[in-house]
Design a protein around this ligand. Sequence first.
Ligand code: ZN
Length: 468
Amino acid sequence: MQERRKKRGPIIDFLLLGLIVALTTIILVIILSKDEFKFQKISASKETDTESVNSNISTESSAFPGIRIVTDVSNDKRTPFAIHYPQTDNEVFNDAVLQYITDSKENYLASMKKDKEVMGELNISLETFPYREHYYSFVLTKMLYVGGANHEVTTKTFFINNETGEQITIQTLLQNDENNLSTLAANVRKDLQKNLQIKDELLKDELLKATEPKWSNFTRFAIADDSLQFYFDEYEIASGSAGAPIVKLPLSLINPLLASDFQIAMENVKPITPPPTGDPNKKRIALTFDDGPHPKVTEQILNILDKYHAKATFFMLGSRVQYYPDIARDVLARGHEIGNHSWNHPVLTKLTQEQVMKEYNTTASEIEKAINHGATVFRPPYGATNDTIDAEIPVPVVLWTIDTLDWKHRNAQQLLPNVKNNLHNNAIVLMHDIHQSTADGLDAVLAYLQGQGYEFVTVSEILPYRQK
Ligand code: ZN
């Protein structure tokens, strides 16, 4: 039996094996062809979805509430691109972003189509900067490369209030104020001019043009890292090796220019000095009155100033503002500037830095409490200051250029000669609104200066003309 089976075995085994191989081949062919069919179908549908561009688009939620990140990556090896952009719940915003993305992509694909041999790449990266509760700055940096010659880095920004859906423009940010725009433009220009990294590459004419005070020059911005940042394209204001420059203006510097929603708390903020806008040949003088307010003398001085439509600056002591907040309010209401003159008039250079700041801060809050507005300048008693004090005090420290010595002579007739003898343009005149003789001699001083063609301005208004 065993022998017979052995003889027939090889033939049957061979036939069976052949059958198995044949069946397996048929099954494999069916499976593989089905898979291929499926794959083709997927590719075809992708292609129609994105209008002849083969790409994978995915949308994912981000760490920021209500903000999603869209990623669009090319599947076509010949036209590679990787694009990232934001999406919110606001359709108008989404459309604006998508418009930019679509335009960028179409321009890229069109130039790649022109020359089939050329190498290219499009990369749009996204940075997101949250500010306060619901403001977001989106910075889209586009790197476009088509062939050896064309390589450019450009920036597009979007700024949104994600609660209301409102897109924030530079006009909104700067309170729609042309003066604010001019001040900002001057500071952006100054920052670029002193940027050592791009100093040798700066294109002077292009820089002047790109920083002219026009709204359209400042549309690419973001609030990030406590700064208002402005973006410039590669080659826009500097040659290629300088890259795409970014100007970062600390919010503390430009705080007064900003709409209230974007301002930072005023503590330790040094106000920006606006560039002189008036006629440089005009005669100006800044009258200042220290050590007040005084219930009788200050009021008399205010009336004389009104008579000549003159503006002045009052450096007040915190310890006196505490007693006469109404007078401080009146000074402000009549258009004058209020400065901080310490709490009780010590020689600051003999105090510790901690004591100096206490003198400054207590007075600053007393003035703020009285007039609902911070003091904008500081004058150290006796003019006694040093570099440390100047650096620590968060507002400009202002001395004087003409001393009337009114505190010493207490003589109404002596006030005018002392001004006359030292008179010069853009002078800052020191007087005191606690001496009756000063109030009594003031009318003659104003009459004389007005006759000489002087305009009476505040200290903050005259400071830009004193900085060369
Ligand atoms: Zn004083």
